[in-house]
Design a protein around this ligand. Structure first.
Ligand code: PBG
Length: 344
């Protein structure tokens, strides 16, 4: 009844395929793999986003972003010091604004003594050679959580651009190196460029959040800056539809024409195809933002033992380089820099 069994060894006796090309030869050992490796993440590619909050000597964990904290200004200066020690070229600052300071128009955004401006001054005083990027948008400052001025249920474009210009100017005055408009209003890059130049900030760069999608992956960030509960509605009348790709090319083209020095695609991992198209089309400095939800997703799986921390973080980052990105904004920046330094 039993089927006759072939001798066990026959499985290993298959004839050679006679292949002249065998791609596995270049993978045979670590040195050989290193030799043919096409892309690498270096510390020079990293921008580290940090959250800043009012107070003294406090670091408050953000529940939906394990390992990320809201930092008081003295502590943000300590993380700036860590960035310098690790060789990270640039940090990005995001404020958690006291709810009492939030209002309908987000007027705290153009208060030259707001949390972001104070942080920039404190960081620049100690570490003048560290790049500091500031986000331009009203959402950390508005009572309704939107990036622009809201009237009758609509986000006003040109009126918003006028106040974003004021926000960019106070940040530049504080010593910010890179202005990064994340609001997705039409025409804001050109208006900010002109205002910066007129005010004598011709050297301040603009990194445009050029192709920014209306994404569910921003959820943890909105917790971090305290705008999640406030937000009424969604941002789909100004952020892009995740289904679109040609439109990203038009957004980037306009931002470049208006004077953007660098462009960004956001979120990151689900939009690698957009990074590749942008880089191939324009050949300009192109950045990816591995956003809060991507960080949360990876950390959640790591903390559950479902993904291997020692492999998944760097794999997620090299994917951006492979897609054509010149650099990445990532909450993993310090850990990545440590791994790069240690060769792991
Ligand atoms: C603000 C802004 C957002 C992020 C960066 N700048 C959130 C949003 O547009 O709602 C998201 C960053 C992240 O999720 O890590 N306009």
């Amino acid at each position: 009844e039993l089927r006759e069994q072939a001798p066990r060894s026959s499985v290993y006796d298959a004839p050679s395929l006679g292949l002249s090309t065998r791609l596995r030869r270049n993978r045979k050992s670590e040195w050989a793999r290193r030799l043919v490796r096409e892309n690498a993440v270096t510390t020079d590619d990293l921008i580290w986003p940090l959250f800043v909050v009012e107070g003294d000597n406090a670091r408050t964990p953000i529940a939906s972003m394990p390992g990320v904290e809201r930092l008081t200004i003295d502590q943000v200066v300590r993380d700036a010091e860590r960035a310098v020690a690790l060789g990270i070229p640039c940090i990005a600052l995001f404020p958690y604004t006291d709810p009492a300071l939030r209002d309908e128009t987000g007027s705290e955004a153009w208060n030259g003594n707001n949390l972001v401006c104070q942080s920039v001054r404190a960081i620049k005083k100690e570490f003048p050679d560290l790049g500091v990027l500031c986000d331009v948008a009203l959402d950390p400052y508005t009572s309704h959580g939107h990036d622009g001025l809201l009237q009758g249920g609509r986000i006003l474009n040109d009126e918003t651009v006028a106040v974003l210009v004021r926000q960019a100017l106070v940040q530049a005055e504080a010593g910010c190196d890179v202005i990064a408009p994340s609001d997705m209003m039409d025409g804001r890059v050109g208006a900010i460029r002109e205002a910066l130049d007129d005010a004598g900030f011709g050297d301040v760069q603009i990194m445009a959040y050029a192709a920014k999608y209306a994404s569910a992956f921003y959820g943890p960030f909105r917790d971090a800056i305290g705008s999640a509960k406030a937000l009424n509605g969604d941002k789909r009348t100004y952020q892009m539809d995740p289904a679109n790709s040609d439109e990203a090319i038009r957004e980037v083209e306009l931002d470049l024409a208006e004077g953007a020095d660098m462009v960004m695609v956001k979120p990151g991992m689900p939009y690698l195809d957009i990074i590749r198209r942008v880089k191939d089309t324009f050949a300009v400095p192109t950045f990816a933002y591995q956003v809060s939800g991507e960080y949360a997703m990876i950390m959640g799986a790591i903390n559950n033992g479902w993904l291997d921390r020692d492999r998944v973080i760097m794999e997620s980052l090299v994917a951006f380089k492979r897609a054509g990105a010149d650099g990445v904004l990532t909450y993993f920046a310090p850990e990545a820099a440590e791994r790069i330094r240690a060769g792991r």
